[in-house]
Design a protein around this ligand. Structure first.
Ligand code: ARG
Length: 269
């Protein structure tokens, strides 16, 4: 899940380019405005409004009334360099793009895999996270059911609208049924209660749930789909996209990204 070496080199290049362009643009207020996420481009001036699914540990989830997690930490680290405050809006994963279209947020940050189809709906920042798919079962079933083929005649859960849904639709046994859930909490509760027999979902999400509840859940397969997460902005907001990429490159280059990464994935990887 770490950044691959070529990404690291790319990050350094982006930062160097960013520094060069920042120097040159400061000479002209006109070109500065072209890359700034100013009031006109943001739903609330001075604030980055973010759509995220708040039931997405370890990426974004609430604890003691506070939103925490890898993506919560990442965006909070990026925002100051963009001179922006943040406002997080809880949005079911499946409603992200319609919320963006409706102007409810400036950006979706929700473990969103960059895909060709989704690139038609929005512009994506540079990738900030690598992920695969996975198969999760109840811990007590872990030795008996290890493959999608073992679920003929049974039900597998997926979060609606996700690449996990697409993966299970494509690779399931003909007689396996799929049950879709708007969010992860209900989906894992259904697995625990025996309403479904397995879940197909991004490995970092399922690995975290299983490692927190090892007596309940087990990840029995990891499918190397090579997905990458990006933040999505409306097609019209190119200035904001540049600003997000510059801020992302900066936190990657100064070690902040690694700090936040290790906080959430260091011990479990
Ligand atoms: N990466 C997958 C996708 O883009 C799943 C994302 C689930 N995200 C979430 N916040 N629960 O479809």
């Amino acid at each position: 899940m770490r950044l691959r070496p070529y990404r690291f080199i790319a990050v350094i290049i982006v930062v160097l380019l960013g520094v060069t362009s920042a120097c040159s643009s400061s000479k002209s207020s006109e070109s500065k405005a072209a890359t700034s996420a100013d009031g006109q481009r943001l739903i609330t001036p001075g604030t980055l409004t973010i759509c995220a699914d708040f039931a997405s540990p370890p990426f974004a989830f609430e604890e003691n009334g506070k939103l925490i997690g890898f993506e919560a930490g990442l965006v909070e680290a990026m925002a100051p360099s963009m001179n922006l405050a943040t406002n997080w809006i809880d949005t079911p994963f499946d409603s992200g793009f319609s919320a963006l279209d409706a102007g409810k947020c400036d950006v979706i940050v929700s473990g969103l895999t960059i895909t060709e189809d989704r690139k038609k709906l929005a512009n994506f920042t540079d990738a900030y996270f690598d992920a695969d798919q996975s198969l999760v079962v109840r811990a007590k079933d872990a030795s008996a059911t290890k493959n999608l083929a073992d679920f003929a005649g049974k039900a597998i859960g997926a979060q609606a609208g996700t690449t996990g849904q697409a993966f299970v639709e494509k690779n399931k046994a003909a007689t396996t049924s799929i049950k879709l859930f708007p969010g992860d909490d209900a989906m894992f509760a259904a697995l625990g209660a025996g309403e479904i027999n397995a879940i197909v979902q991004d490995f970092p999400f399922s690995h975290y749930r299983a490692s927190k509840n090892p007596t309940e859940f087990a990840v029995v397969q990891r499918y190397p789909t090579g997905e990458q997460y990006g933040m999505a902005v409306a097609k019209s907001t190119t200035g904001l996209l540049d600003q997000l990429n510059t801020a992302l490159a900066a936190v990657e280059a100064d070690g902040t990204y690694n700090e936040i990464y290790n906080q959430w994935f260091g011990a479990t990887n």
